[in-house]
Design a protein. Structure first.
Length: 152
């Protein structure tokens, strides 16, 4: 599937674009920081934002070959059918729908490329970090230990 094109679509207003860019941090988001702190407290050591890997994962366990992405619910299309329907009713819907679908396609490509390289990819939603942080830490810890060949 080809990535959607933004050609012939109206860009968001300058004010809306600036607000979106400002709100859309690439790293160091509140959910990402919360997850990193909790993983560190659990005794898990990792690297941050490894640029040599596809998608520049937020958290990387090199020895276990586990890459963790902390995805924003809006920008990465959580609950996409419902979100898409709501976006379709809003301002500049073609632009925003294409933008998020392109992000989702990029995520799929990065997942596939990392898997081909022998990495296990974990994608965590920001809402889940807020709602069930301890359970996510347990899941990541178990996966890292399994991939390192240690019992959990």
């Amino acid at each position: 599937m080809a990535a959607p094109s933004f050609r012939h679509r109206r860009p968001a207003s300058e004010k809306a674009s600036a607000a979106a860019r400002g709100a859309s941090k690439k790293s160091g988001t509140k959910p990402e920081l919360a997850l990193r702190r909790a993983l560190w407290r659990a005794g898990l050591r990792y690297r941050k934002n490894v640029v040599s890997l596809p998608g520049k994962p937020d958290i990387v366990f090199k020895g276990a070959r586990v890459a963790v992405f902390c995805d924003g619910d809006f920008w990465h299309g959580r609950d996409w059918p419902g979100r898409r329907a709501r976006l379709a009713e809003g301002h500049n819907s073609d632009y925003w729908i294409a933008k998020i679908e392109r992000n989702m396609e990029r995520d799929r490509r990065n997942n596939e490329e990392l898997a081909r390289m022998g990495w296990t990819v974990v994608r965590v939603w920001e809402g889940d970090v807020e709602a069930r942080l301890d359970a996510l830490v347990d899941e990541v810890r178990a996966l890292v230990q399994k991939r390192r060949g240690r019992p959990s």
